[in-house]
Design a protein around this ligand. Structure first.
Ligand SMILES: [Zn+2]
Length: 455
């Protein structure tokens, strides 16, 4: 059943118009406006990670500039110019891959060609990909042309490493930073492609593909292609997970829940399971980081925000988890995870580092803080008659989910040692001398206390 004429999905569903371009609205809007208003700059610079459509966008822009029958600002895709540009054989549009052609000799033909008016189009356009690879000599040769090009010449530069492009060049271009495409946008695009191709893929399978593609639409479509040739027309989550060594969405969420609940055993079991299943642990670390980042976003902006790179199912879980933890703790956990990502590059035992870090995170999530204890003491000072059972229960719930026993008024006694050890200076004497402290400590039971600042 293999089709000898099989066209890769990434090619078949490559965007043909500005409308098709996903996730780069800010760039597309500016380019459209430039064409509409007839104010097309001499040179453009597209910066962004690989596989997000820099070359595709360059070609669409070139087509839009040279199309003989445009539909508004959109290229028609049917005229000779559009067809030739799409096939990379337009005489008026020259593409140069600077990754392999970076010497002065390589740009010389461009400098010579600039002298000639376009053969059959409005503009003579040069698209230079991976332009950061051009040698200094090559840039110097181009610079004069770039400064004062003939009115019919336009340059489009693309690069994955904008920082490596010389400032004198950047300042002569209109610069655009293309974004990684958001996971949910990739998922919707994959859904549309599957519908057209009559592929049955479950939502979590597409999510796994999108996660694996890391913001690149081309990689996502290539992976879908690979899975179709491997599995046929029905694709399940575990197929996609296997390809990327990814942990399933639910396993990732369960691990996050274990951290938030202070469940050390749960964390260790999960890591053991992932490692024996050959999961990519570095990948897991960065996904866990993203999960906790999303928790902070949900807390700050609510679950409806567009800043969440998550699907509706993920957002439900995120909202529930975010409701049960304080912002200060989340920040601390993210700090630990960021630290871990840093160390992962050098460490020999990824597993050990991960276990230790996640257990530390779980302690941050679940221990009562000095701030909380102080607040309870303050509450009792402010309003000695009020019941503090509920606030104590709230603090304790994070430590262990067991119900809090009815508070029994405890006789004033000496403060417990763990507190004295973790508190310093004035605050220590403030707490230690407060007669309410021992009562609160009694109600907190065996709760561990750490001194962390609430954000
Ligand atoms: Zn056209």
């Amino acid at each position: 059943m293999a089709d000898a004429q099989h066209i890769p999905l990434a090619l078949k569903y490559r965007p043909m118009t500005f409308d098709d371009v996903i996730g780069q609205e800010h760039v597309v809007a500016t380019l459209r406006h430039a064409i509409e208003s007839g104010r097309v700059a001499n040179a453009y610079l597209f910066i962004g990670p690989r596989g997000i459509g820099k070359t595709t966008l360059s070609r669409i822009f070139a087509k839009a500039l040279n199309c003989t029958a445009p539909n508004g600002v959109e290229p028609c895709g049917k005229c000779a110019n559009c067809i030739e540009i799409a096939a990379s054989r337009s005489l008026d549009v020259t593409e140069l891959d600077a990754a392999s052609h970076n010497k002065v000799e390589d740009v010389r033909p461009i400098i010579d060609a600039v002298e000639f008016k376009p053969a059959a189009s409005r503009y003579r356009i040069f698209i230079i990909d991976e332009c950061h690879m051009l040698s200094n000599a090559a840039w110097n040769a181009l610079l004069k042309t770039l400064e004062e090009p003939p009115p019919y010449v336009r340059f489009i530069f693309a690069t994955t490493e904008g920082d490596k492009v010389l400032p004198t060049i950047v300042s002569r271009c209109q610069r655009f930073d293309l974004r990684r495409i958001q996971t949910n946008d990739i998922v919707s695009r994959l859904e549309a492609v599957c519908a057209k191709e009559r592929i049955q893929a479950d939502g979590n399978a597409l999510l796994a593909i999108a996660r694996g593609a890391d913001g690149g639409m081309r990689d996502a479509l290539s992976s879908l292609d690979q899975l179709i040739s491997f599995k046929g027309s029905e694709i399940k989550e575990e197929d996609a997970l296997g390809v990327f060594g990814l942990v399933s969405r639910s396993a990732l969420e369960t691990l996050a829940a274990s951290i938030l609940a202070g469940d050390t055993a749960g964390i260790l079991k999960a890591i053991d399971l992932f490692e024996s299943a050959g999961k990519n642990m570095r990948r897991l670390a960065s996904e866990l980081m993203l999960h906790f980042r999303n928790l902070i976003v949900v807390q700050a902006l609510g679950p409806e925000t567009k800043s969440l790179a998550a699907t509706p199912d993920q957002i439900k879980v995120l909202a529930a988890q975010a409701a049960g933890v304080s912002a200060g703790r989340l920040f601390r956990i993210c700090d630990e995870l960021a630290d871990m990502e840093d160390k992962l590059r050098h460490v020999l035992s990824v597993r050990t580092l991960m276990e230790m870090t996640l257990i530390r995170c779980s302690r941050i999530a679940s221990t009562a803080t000095i701030e909380e204890v102080l607040k309870l003491v303050q509450n009792m000072k402010d309003d000695p008659g009020a019941s503090i059972a509920a606030p104590v229960a709230a603090v304790r719930a994070k430590v262990e989910p067991a119900p809090v026993p009815e508070p029994v008024p405890a006789p004033p006694g000496p403060a417990r040692k763990p507190v004295a050890k973790t508190v310093e200076g004035e605050r220590r004497s403030e707490i230690v001398n407060d007669p309410n402290l021992s009562r609160i400590m009694g109600m907190l039971g065996d709760a561990e206390i750490v001194d962390i600042k609430e954000g």
